[in-house]
Design a protein around this ligand. Structure first.
Ligand code: HDE
Length: 703
């Protein structure tokens, strides 16, 4: 009787071939005699045939008693859990946090008591609006959620890569999220804020204007998770052993500097590699180039809070770093990818209310609302109050309580006593000394639904942000607003947005209005508090001002052709790797090309699969004949034209000239084009690359 052959048929081990071995705990392990262990059901029963269902005869009806089949399909049918309602698309990694010095003066949190203390960590980066299967380079905020497995329980800093938020009160969150997600009747657009509902909501929500400046800036299209900042956003408290409180804001600073892509590039990356950010983190960690951030804290007391221009409880405001310097207190290193994406990254449950003794909340109304939401959402998503039994969510310190039962309970109290106090002297008891004590802030007032007057200035910090950007960054904000609003079909929404922009920067409003073809400028929006123009710009807010001083962690794509100079390529590679960067070869065929000296150059990408948008800089190591041949290929022309348009540094051998010409790039256009025939030019190329982009080219290419 014919059977579909299975992988190991012929030499498949049967149950009779098995040796049974007793483990240390007395359990029986099955081991195979052959090369692989025997497949079993979830109940541990060995499976004889995993390719054919049980039937009456080879063509006959299937039998309901086929329990291995029933179990397999049952489990498959239940593989999905609800995706996160926001931040559905994410990617995580393990690592550790290392404390620099004791912060005992400010906090009794155990994690900050000893210099050099290492605490295991898990971090999940995410986009907000798109579904789990959306692309990485959406224009969006990035989640930056850190779980620190401290000796006093899990501490989650559930932050973003932007230090402010759209709204001031948690009650507006469902509306914000409904507005940004796909429109409910048509179910599009996916992972985009460029649509009517979002801008309608925003244009009716002046408190969003500061955040709008950030998400229209290059912060919303980071080059890599590794090159972005993270922020706790809200004001928290540190509380020391004497129960004294200090306000604190958390900042993660990437060691490799900040870097973003340009919008035209982001759009193309989404097509070329929708997993661009995931792949980047995966490759960096797998190759041992561990990304690192420094944790810095802004510490302040009530007097500072009272004298500061804005309310420190208002999550739409920052405290500029130039006014209150963030102090380095430790570093976060990511050095290990999860073994399994679902088990760890998908099931990890972050909660703002996970704080250790010594860290406490402020009255920020957004934070207070979040403290409610995150527990609720875990029950929905993970399906059981026992989600803390999942290894990624379980504390790594000893823990004990009398919680019991419930779906999927993995741990129940042992013994007779499951309550306290009890007379048997069994089980854990509370510890007033070591336990979490809320800071005893004196509160009084009437029960009201009111927004504090001190939250009313919606434009001044939006203006501060815009004024702190370099000219290219300001242009990008104008272009992003124009793009987004051009997708809005309802003219009055576009107009309303321009009326807000007039309160932020007149030039910006005029540029956007002109590019939208708005005709007449509207009146500025009514401002509850007149926007201030006396705030000093904050250079810390610019990405370009805070780039890397090395090209380390970045990637050069080298386009090669048959007859290329292998010795030159080798020297280029050595120099790139010495800088801590990576070189990848793009060839007409992925198999590679034969170099002029007869050696073989392996390809990493075929030209169609390795567009220049995937790289931070490019080099064209081509023979003239090879370049001539490539002029006929659109992908090769785009490789060059895009690298130029995206203001990247381009090194080229003289053989590459025909391709440059065909791509419309003048080899002498600017200092970003670097002749490469002589290996002595390589250090100059690398040095240029450290600047990442030649922004002065941007006006010429008019992206
Ligand atoms: Fe969240 N947010 N959020 N959020 N948030 C969630 O929790 C919520 C806000 C942030 O990688 C949800 O587990 C409310 C600010 C991150 O798993 C949910 C409000 C900031 C992540 C939720 C906010 C964030 C979430 C959905 C307004 C930056 C992903 C799934 C008061 C400081 C964590 C989940 C991960 C996830 C609620 C606003 C960051 C529904 C009600 C502000 C990084 O609980």
């Amino acid at each position: 009787m014919a059977r579909t052959p299975s992988r190991s048929q012929g030499n498949r081990a049967t149950i009779h071939d098995q040796k049974l071995e007793r483990g240390k705990g007395g359990e029986l392990h099955q081991i195979a005699e052959g090369d692989s262990p025997v497949l079993t059901t979830a109940q541990g029963g060995p499976v004889s045939d995993d390719q054919n269902t049980l039937k009456i005869g080879p063509r006959g009806p299937a039998l309901i008693e086929d329990f291995p089949f029933r179990e397999k399909i049952f489990h498959f049918d239940h593989e999905r859990i609800p995706e996160r309602v926001v931040h559905a698309r994410g990617y995580g990694a393990h690592g550790y946090f290392e404390t620099y010095e004791s912060l005992a003066k400010y906090t009794r949190a155990d994690i900050f008591q000893r210099a050099g203390e290492k605490t295991p960590a898990f971090v999940r980066f995410s986009t907000v609006a798109g579904s789990k299967g959306s692309f990485d380079l959406a224009r969006d905020v990035r989640g930056f959620a850190v779980k620190l497995y401290t000796r006093e329980g899990n501490w989650d800093i559930v932050g973003n890569n932007i230090p402010v938020f759209f709204i001031q009160d948690a009650i507006r969150f469902p509306d914000l999220v409904h507005a940004v997600k796909e429109e409910p009747d048509r179910a599009f657009p996916q992972a985009q804020s460029a649509h009517d509902n979002f801008w309608d909501f925003i244009s009716l929500t002046p408190e969003s204007m500061h955040m709008i400046m950030w998400i229209m800036s290059d912060r919303a299209i980071p080059r890599s998770f590794r090159f972005m900042e993270g922020f706790g956003v809200h004001t928290f408290r540190f509380v020391n052993a004497k129960d004294e409180s200090t306000f604190v804001k958390f900042h993660w600073k990437p060691k490799s500097g900040l870097q973003s892509v340009v919008w035209n590039e982001a759009v193309k990356i989404n097509g070329a590699d929708p997993d661009f950010h995931r792949r980047d983190l995966w490759q960096a960690i797998q190759s041992g180039d561990f990304p690192e951030w420094e944790l810095r804290v802004q510490l302040f007391d009530q007097d500072f809070a009272d004298s500061f221009d804005f309310d420190v409880l208002d999550a739409t405001k920052i405290i500029p770093e130039e006014i209150l310097e963030p102090i380095p207190v430790g570093r976060l290193v990511l050095d290990r990818m999860p073994d399994n994406f679902f088990a760890e990254t998908e099931q990890v449950a972050f909660m703002t209310q996970n704080v250790p003794p010594g860290v406490d909340f402020s009255n920020d109304p957004l934070l207070q609302g979040r403290n409610f939401s995150y527990l609720d959402t875990q029950l929905k998503r993970l399906g059981s109050p026992n989600f803390t039994h999942i290894p990624i969510n379980a504390p790594k310190c000893p823990f004990q309580n009398f919680q019991q039962d419930g779906h999927m309970a993995m741990r129940n109290p042992v013994g007779r006593v499951n309550y306290e106090p009890n007379s048997f002297g069994e089980g854990p008891r509370e510890s007033p000394k070591r336990g979490f004590r809320s800071f005893a802030e004196a509160e009084e007032g009437q029960k009201v639904r009111l927004r504090a007057e001190s939250f009313a200035d919606h434009y001044s910090q939006a203006r501060l942000f815009f004024n702190s950007q370099t000219p290219p960054e300001q242009r990008h904000i104008a272009m992003a607003l124009t793009f987004e609003l051009s997708k809005v079909e309802t003219p009055v929404i576009r107009e309303r947005m321009v009326s807000h922009l007039l309160n932020i920067d007149e030039g910006l409003a005029e540029t956007v209005a002109e590019k939208l073809g708005l005709g007449e400028l509207p009146e500025p929006a009514d401002a509850a508090v007149a926007p201030r123009d006396d705030l000093e710009p904050s250079p810390a807010l610019s990405i370009i001002e805070n780039g890397p001083d090395r090209f380390a962690g970045r990637k050069v794509g080298v386009l090669v052709s048959p007859g290329a100079d292998a010795a030159l390529l080798k020297k280029l590679q050595t120099a790139i790797e010495k800088e801590g960067a990576v070189m990848e070869v793009v060839a007409p065929k992925v198999g590679g090309v034969e170099a002029a000296d007869g050696s073989w150059i392996e390809g990493r990408h075929m030209i169609d699969g390795g567009p220049s948008v995937l790289f931070d800089a490019v080099a064209l190591v081509l023979s003239e004949e090879g370049a001539e041949r490539l002029t006929g290929e659109a992908a090769a022309r785009d490789f060059v034209a895009d690298a130029f348009a995206h203001c990247k540094f381009i090194a080229f051998t003289s053989g590459a000239l025909p391709l440059l010409q065909k791509a419309g790039v003048d080899p002498e256009a600017d200092e970003g084009l670097i002749a490469l025939d002589d290996p002595r030019t390589i250090p100059g190329f690398i040095e240029s690359c450290r600047k990442l982009r030649l922004w002065s080219r941007e006006m010429a290419v008019k992206l």
